[in-house]
Design a binder for this molecule. Structure first.
Ligand code: ATR
Length: 276
């Protein structure tokens, strides 16, 4: 019997247990995947006990993606570069941290928007943990330019600073959320990625003024998947842009985690159906 869990706090709305339970059944692996909510006060105690708990793999979600790192024996290249772990494999007495969000984002971009970042001009909205994975993925795939725009300018600058060693030929920029910059940048982008939490609530405003969106077609990817179409995606769709939400990223980061833990090919279609 192999056991897996998602760790985070709070965990009420996690879709991962549905997705992985379906994957385990389909691949006939005897096992279970459970939500493991850890209150912040007990986080340290749980992390120190990971090696005596009977789990083979974990997904890690908010607010622990960075906090788990000191407790792990090794990080893969992506997790190290981003400074965040969303998947842990406990194997042969060692805890190894991965970041499969990068793979998830790139697969989903390809599948939902038929897009690879190579040579593209990209505007990333937000500069939190999710933005770091997205910017890293864009650099890895040699985007032409990446502009990070954030309410708090210093956080956008910090991402650019941290990622500079990986930039290759990609042009990098950091801007505050301001109409004068939006006006300047939007006419020259191929892809807009929203990594902020704006759009989660019905009452949230539209992040980019509709009148500033260019006439030609732009692709818009919103990491939010609940609601399925944020105001940003609705507006973009009305403009005739290609749009995608973050459900694909969720599925593919999960699929990659499943493959790392089990060594088996993930049944992506089944996983998608389980949460779709
Ligand atoms: P995650 O790990 O999911 O990226 P996070 O690290 O909390 O979450 O980041 C949330 C992002 O949404 C940040 O870029 C945040 O902007 P600040 O850095 O200025 O806080 C952005 N965000 C949240 N609420 C926002 C709002 N009302 N307007 C603009 N940006 C907002």
């Amino acid at each position: 019997m192999q056991l897996f869990a998602v760790i985070g706090y709070p965990l009420k709305h996690s879709l991962s247990p549905y997705m992985h339970t379906a994957a385990l059944a389909k691949t006939k692996i005897e096992g279970a995947y459970v939500p493991f909510e850890i209150v912040p006060m007990q986080f340290e105690a749980v992390m120190k006990s990971l090696k005596v708990l009977p789990f083979t793999g974990y997904n890690v979600t908010v607010p622990y993606k960075e906090k788990v790192i000191p407790y792990l024996d090794r990080l893969d290249t992506d997790a190290k570069a981003i400074g965040a772990v969303n998947s842990i494999h406990y194997s042969r007495g060692r805890l190894i941290g991965y970041n499969t969000d990068v793979y998830g984002f790139l697969c989903s971009l390809k599948e939902s928007l038929s897009m690879t970042p190579c040579g593209k001009r990209v505007l990333v909205l937000g500069a939190g943990g999710a933005a770091r994975a997205v910017v890293y993925a864009l650099l890895k795939e040699k985007a032409q330019s990446v502009v990070v725009m954030n309410r708090t300018l210093d956080k956008a600058k910090k991402i650019i600073h941290d990622m500079r060693p990986l930039m290759g030929r990609t042009l990098l920029g950091a801007y505050a959320f301001d109409e004068k910059y939006i006006k300047k940048i939007l006419p020259a982008v191929d892809l807009i990625v929203n990594t902020t939490s704006v759009g989660l609530k019905k009452s949230d405003p539209l992040l980019l003024p509709a009148r500033m969106l260019p006439q030609r077609s732009v692709a818009v990817y919103d990491l939010i998947y609940n609601p399925a179409k944020t105001k940003l995606l609705q507006t973009a769709e009305r403009r005739g842009y290609r749009i995608a939400n973050g459900l694909g990223m969720l599925v593919y980061q999960g699929a990659r985690s499943f493959e790392i833990w089990t060594g088996k090919k993930a049944p992506v279609a089944v996983m998608k159906k389980a949460i779709g």
